[in-house]
Design a protein around this ligand. Structure first.
Ligand code: SAM
Ligand code: SF4
Length: 337
């Protein structure tokens, strides 16, 4: 037998629809220092610490996933910056052979002090969530957040070289749908990427989300009516749900994440690891695969690897929102987006 055929091909994560799953989103905690109205109730109860993966458990699982071909990792939450030892976690993730892209989604509140250490530890890029440029509205949407602090965090991230800097804006009817033009206008002077996200329904917040959803088409029409046509930016990553556009003469880009009205499931390459150690196969489906329990029962890495491989194979094709199938078991803050 020729040498090249003697070894089986390295196992990688391919689902039954042939999608290669190389992008892992890790929720580092379900806790948060804000309470955005569409994300969680004001009186939110967070998980006890003993339910969350320790750093050692997290790295055991991540090493297996990286070995199976995950090469792109995003840290999220809750709010990832409230996880103890975050900078050290980033340093260790960035050092894993095979990880070529390490990013984070954050509300930005703690970035004034963390942006620089995170960049030095090896974080490549960052997404900051800002739904409005009006401090009073920002406070209303986040329930107590200060826009000034987030803005300082955004400037700190840019100064630290975390580029391209992306801003996530969830568009919510009667809260910030009248602000999309002002947000889009930021791209004229700055190299930022603004991404408008359709509101998604989860558990106890689902009724609100369904009544307040604004379609990307409506958002786009509003922007174009005020600022002129959006031109597609060529050469974008086909796995990125936000197809990029640019206003004439703009420095930055504008994208639309249309999960509800134009699902992008065919190009989905994502797996999610929740803070309590569940592999979630689709953002908008409740099906999860428990990894932490067998890990705590002492399962070895080889078995863990086989189980993760088998679970990933059964990633569902797409979400069931059109047929009224709304995720009930977790809120967005317990998954991370
Ligand atoms: N705390 C971090 C933040 O706010 O960026 C990371 C976690 S947060 C759950 C990730 C993203 O999900 C944020 O951009 C947030 O605005 C968005 N998000 C939260 N709830 C949502 C919902 N119901 N529908 C759509 N996006 C949502
Ligand atoms: Fe916290 Fe982010 Fe959810 Fe806002 S969107 S409550 S910042 S987890």
């Amino acid at each position: 037998m020729p040498e090249s055929l003697s070894q089986p091909p390295a196992l990688s994560l391919i689902d039954r629809f042939g999608r290669r799953l190389n992008y892992l989103r890790i929720s580092l905690t379900d806790a948060c220092n804000l309470r955005c109205i569409y994300c969680m109730p004001e009186q939110m109860t967070f998980m006890p610490r003993s339910h969350l993966m320790t750093d050692a458990e997290l790295f055991t699982v991540v090493r297996v996933l990286v070995d199976l071909g995950v090469d792109k990792i995003r840290l999220t939450g809750g709010e990832p910056t409230v996880r103890p030892q975050l900078v050290e976690i980033v340093r260790r993730l960035a050092a894993l052979p095979g990880v070529r892209d390490l990013s984070m989604t954050t509300n930005g509140l703690l970035l004034p002090q963390l942006a620089e250490p995170l960049a030095r530890a090896g974080l490549d890029r960052i997404n900051i969530s800002i739904d409005t440029l009006d401090p009073a509205k920002f406070k209303r949407i986040t329930r107590w957040g200060k826009l000034d602090t987030v803005w300082a965090g955004l400037e700190a991230a840019e100064a630290a070289g975390l580029r391209p800097l992306k801003i996530n804006a969830v568009v919510t009817r009667d809260f910030n749908d009248d602000e999309v033009v002002d947000l889009a206008r930021l791209t004229l002077q700055r190299e930022w990427h603004i991404r408008f996200i359709e509101l998604m329904p989860f558990g106890s917040e689902a009724d609100f989300a369904q009544s307040a959803v604004v379609s990307s088409t409506e958002t786009r029409q509003r922007i174009e009516a005020a600022l002129g046509p959006l031109q597609p930016v060529p050469g974008h990553d086909l796995h990125d749900p936000a197809r990029p556009y640019r206003l004439a003469g703009a420095q930055g880009q504008i994208g639309f994440i249309s999960t509800i009205t134009e699902p992008f499931c065919a190009g989905c390459n994502r797996l999610r690891l929740t803070a309590d150690g569940k592999l979630r196969l689709c953002l908008l489906r409740d099906g999860e695969f428990d990894i932490l329990t067998p890990l705590r029962q002492g399962v070895d890495s080889a078995t863990l690897r086989q189980r993760i491989h088998a679970a990933a194979y059964h990633k569902p094709w797409g979400h069931g929102l059109p047929s009224g199938d709304i995720p009930q078991l977790r809120l967005m803050s317990q998954i991370g987006g």
